[in-house]
Write a protein that binds this ligand. Sequence first.
Ligand SMILES: CCC(=O)SCCNC(=O)CCNC(=O)[C@H](O)C(C)(C)COP(=O)(O)OP(=O)(O)OC[C@H]1O[C@@H](n2cnc3c(N)ncnc32)[C@H](O)[C@@H]1OP(=O)(O)O
Ligand SMILES: O=CC(=O)O
Ligand SMILES: [Mg+2]
Length: 358
Amino acid sequence: MRTAKDFFAPLAVGAPAPVREIPARPSRAIHFFDPGNPKMAAKVPDMVGTVDVLLGNLEDAVKAENKEIAREGLVKIGQEVDFGPTQFWTRINSLDSPWVLDDLTTLVPAIGDKLDVIMVPKVQGAEDIHYVDRLLAQLEAKAGITKPILIHAILETARGVANIEEICAASPRMQGLSLGPADLAADRRMKTTRVGGGHPGYLVRQDPERGADGVPLYDGERTTYQQDLWHYTIARMVDACAMHGIYPYYGPFGDIKDTVACEDQFRNAFLLGCVGAWSLHPVQIKIANKVFSPSVEDVKHARRVIAAMGDGTGAVMLDGKMEDDASVKQCKVMVALAEELAAIDPDLKAKYDAIVVD
Ligand SMILES: CCC(=O)SCCNC(=O)CCNC(=O)[C@H](O)C(C)(C)COP(=O)(O)OP(=O)(O)OC[C@H]1O[C@@H](n2cnc3c(N)ncnc32)[C@H](O)[C@@H]1OP(=O)(O)O
Ligand SMILES: O=CC(=O)O
Ligand SMILES: [Mg+2]
């Protein structure tokens, strides 16, 4: 165990000092692209400024025979593109793969000064984060990198879920967690073949009409309500991240054409406390940007409550509802997010600035 006094010490002589607080940078959409796919790679420069995070993916969805091309493509993009306000992330190959060592030893010297966050897949426990943490420190020291690269872990194994708190606490580099519903479903032996989202078989059913004898009458219509397969894991992830001052994200939604259900899944995650979601296709960026930005109505309400609550203590009635010390804190979460987003998104800023609090 690293003691409290050593926790913020660099893990290699000459490596940058770890950050004490993870910056709250907007990351509504983490947009995945394959850096070895020429069509996708060509779109990256024009996507800067339209999405909060651009992530060059080297892991699953990149064919084994293309791993090196993807890595080289990522280096080229990292060296040539000015990312401006957009964060630049990568997802490296898993720690048990033959590619990950080359991923790290190539990327850090070549583009480590540009990379904000490295996403590590299939994290099982703190030992995986410790490994990456030390190696990054050694590579940063060797390359003269002055800003520490942060680590994001994907929650996609049963062991990872069981070890979630120790993963979050494993390093001051820990920036956040994403739910990986596809690998997690496989690892848990869940019986869904979908990449994220709900399932029509996972439902609750309205109570039956009953006869005078109390026996259910089976011929009546009974409404069913599809449930969220991911509720437990997302809620678990949100608590662990909040406890450790890092950020939770929903991961992939594979039914690209079902933009409505994608929006629903993203909104569930937003309401539960996630700050963003993955985008696999350009069409999902707009959805994430919309869902993970507080609505004008919510911001207006939050500002009204804050104004009505004065010093933030006591209780008031507003529109027939009680507001008090706790609800004003909820409202402050909403307003703080709106302010963060307004600082980087002129359209949102104009909408929020136009709000008149009556
Ligand atoms: C499930 C577990 C996980 O690990 S999920 C994360 C790993 N998966 C990924 O990263 C998938 C990334 N996305 C993709 O590979 C593609 O979007 C898939 C889903 C295959 C669909 O591609 P495709 O059939 O070409 O779509 P399309 O014809 O609608 O594309 C229109 C134009 O847009 C481009 N495009 C597509 N996806 C991206 C992307 N992610 N980033 C940037 N550009 C993208 C296409 O190349 C296509 O371009 P063009 O108009 O032909 O020039
Ligand atoms: O990597 C993501 C997943 O769902 O698996
Ligand atoms: Mg996965």
